[in-house]
Ligand binder design. Structure first.
Ligand SMILES: Cc1ncc(COP(=O)(O)O)c(C=O)c1O
Length: 370
């Protein structure tokens, strides 16, 4: 392509191929060493090329949050897709039933008898079957059913004609970003422990359950030692973000020592009228406002702090004391605050080796929110 990343039009997303490969390889190697499978969450990157890279490294499939994401991945040839949110509305179940034939390996979760009834009804219409996991709420309170109702739901699935019970899912989203490693370790063990007990009971009942899917980037190294957990659905580790970079790992190092930020955003200075700050061209519409503050990684300006400055603009000012400010037209590189919703704002990743742009990968699941 013969282009330097700093010549790209801004704001834009840049993905460092070497760091990405390193992150994917590290997580896969840790899972392999612990005898676990990896089914990474594609909600983070929304990119079928990246999902295929995860499969090439050894992942058994990928997770998605939405039916429309599943459709896009299946259409691009990705197998082993797990939809991690239960389908509560009939039109979604219809949509799933209509394309399930194209991907017999597709799985979904259920967390209510109504999900089971809807799937049963529409899969019967198509004479199809689907593998399901019971989604267990282990403390987040967002989706899933409480562990003590898990057996009952599992029985409903087993009594159905078109659903095959394969196991459980339990995701401790409330635990992933706990700053202290020790507190996070305790919280994850306790949360997943509730689901482990249920999984053992399901196995003892002779249900033939073989899948316990869960975990996230913040607790992956902790959860690898949970015997019952069979697969990890980690997402952010692939590209990382400022929110995850600062949490502590075992030995009091930062998580960014294990998984480095492969994803950055380039933004240009568009106004230098003030002595106190400069204005850049990345605002709310390109840098999602959630989690930690974005971090300037351009070395000479790493002492500057980013603040949102409206839809299209951001402000860079000295984090403390005084600091030289970049010139009008200068391009700076930032680690994003929260990778998932930021990625969803862009059409493509510019793939780089060092500073050289070597490829462009469409973020083809972008906007697939249904
Ligand atoms: C159900 C589920 N599983 C896995 C993940 C991946 O988590 P992380 O990005 O922390 O690795 C998420 C992220 O929100 C999720 O919602």
């Amino acid at each position: 392509m013969d282009m330097n990343k700093f010549d790209l039009d801004t704001p834009c997303l840049v993905l460092d191929l070497e760091i990405l490969e390193e992150n994917l390889g590290k997580m896969q190697a840790s899972a392999n060493a612990a005898g676990k499978k990896l089914r990474p969450h594609a909600k983070t990157h929304k990119c079928s090329i990246l999902a295929k890279k995860q499969l090439e490294k050894g992942a058994i499939g990928v997770c998605v949050a939405k039916v429309s994401e599943a459709e896009a991945l299946v259409n691009s040839g990705v197998h082993g897709v797990l939809i991690t949110g239960a389908l509560a509305v009939e039109r979604k179940v219809k949509r799933l039933a209509a394309f399930l034939r194209r991907s017999p390996s597709l799985m979904t979760v259920i967390d209510h008898p109504k999900n089971i009834d809807l799937l049963e009804k529409h899969l019967a219409d198509h004479d199809l079957r689907i593998d399901v996991l019971v989604d267990i709420d282990i403390g987040l309170g967002r989706t899933g059913v409480s562990p003590d109702r898990g057996l009952e739901l599992a029985d409903f699935v087993m009594a159905s004609d078109h659903l095959r019970l394969r196991g459980i899912q339990a995701y401790a989203g409330h635990v992933q970003h706990i700053q202290s490693y020790e507190d996070r370790r305790k919280a994850s063990k306790e949360s997943l422990g509730r689901a482990s007990a249920l999984f053992r009971r399901l196995q003892a009942k002779g249900t033939g359950c073989t899948i316990f899917s869960g975990s996230g980037t913040g607790t992956s190294d902790i959860d690898l030692s949970i015997p019952e957990l069979t697969e990890l659905q980690v997402g952010s580790y692939a590209v990382m973000d400022a929110e995850y970079m600062s949490i502590e790992t075992a030995g009091s190092t930062a998580l960014s020592d294990s998984f480095r930020p492969a994803l950055t955003l380039l933004t240009s200075v568009v106004n230098v009228s003030h002595e106190t700050h400069v204005t850049v061209d990345a605002g709310l519409k390109s840098l999602y406002r959630d989690g930690a503050s974005p971090r300037v990684v351009t070395r000479e300006y790493s002492g500057l702090r980013y603040d949102w400055f409206g839809d299209e603009y951001g402000m860079l000012s000295p984090a403390e004391g005084s600091h030289s400010l970049p010139k009008l037209g200068a391009t700076l590189e930032l680690v994003v605050s929260h990778c998932d919703p930021t990625v969803n704002q862009f059409d493509c990743f510019h793939i780089v080796r060092g500073d050289e742009v070597v490829d462009v990968w469409p973020i083809d699941l972008r906007g697939k929110s249904q």
